[in-house]
Write a protein that binds this ligand. Sequence first.
Ligand code: FAD
Length: 297
Amino acid sequence: MATEGSCSLEFFPPKTNAGREKLLNETLPALADLNPEYCSITYGAGGSTRDTTVATVAAIADAGQDVAPHLSFGTDNRETMKGLLEEYQQQGVQRLVALRGDAPAGDGTPEKSCVYANELVSFIRETTGDHFNIKVAAYPEIHPEAVSYSHDVHFLKAKLDAGADAAVTQYFFNVESYFYFMDRCAAAGITQPIHPGIMPMTNFANLMRFSTACGAEVPRWIRQRMADFAEDPDSAYKFGIEVVSQLCSTLIDSGAPPIHFYTMNQAEPMRTIARNIGLLKGGDNHAGDQALQRSVA
Ligand code: FAD
């Protein structure tokens, strides 16, 4: 059974053997003492990572973690999706992150294979009953395709009413957007937890690219400060840690549910942030620090 942990951690399925080795032998051991409630594994647009997601889920479960595969219909039909759910049930997986997902880049519009997340949640409940704990996605700064703010909150409620247990947000840096969103969700009658999703700033250029695509705003003051550090990666890194640690502390102090971290398969800066916000207590002598030191030696 799943136990309540201090946070949850998201990983993507590595494309190469080297990436897989690094995830399983370095990153995961280095983050294990954060005591995550579960580790979630992303699913490529249109089902493009199906095999690597399934393999990564199995490997992380073997390492003793509670795992939550992400999934979406993509171009799959109901029978294929049913087969994937059965496979996860047989593996002992008890959690899922249910998504509409996007079409693969350059491979047509999302509408072509669009099964909304509320429909996927209904399908999972119809086919597997209460077996899975289901999380869905939420957008404090509103999904880029949403007709309006209130439509997006309405469809989040539809996913939860269809049987999802909780939501995890897209990452954000404007903490006020999360607090306001929580108020709007409560006013709409949503009672399930909405876990803040937080992205450490590892590679600022990549972060800016993702953020434009997914509608998450990087505030001007952060962009301006990062521009100051364009030639100084150490200072950029320290600034990113400071901003994200402060954001997490504000969320924790406000009583937000456990944070979901988009780790990008990196143990650092995750460990430093975790230490700054009190998820890791004590000095540098944790098993995770030792794993990290071995990996860089
Ligand atoms: P939905 O909830 O279906 O919403 C999509 C859009 O349609 C929204 O604009 C919404 O307002 C609208 N809408 C919703 N329901 C209806 C309806 N019934 N009728 C009409 N309009 C509706 N992407 C990946 O490819 N792989 C991943 O592993 C992945 N993991 C993610 C994890 C988290 C925590 C988050 C926040 C996002 C993740 N994404 C992932 C991105 C996600 O797939 C995209 O944001 C996608 O565009 C929307 O998916 P969704 O499940 O939120 O869609």
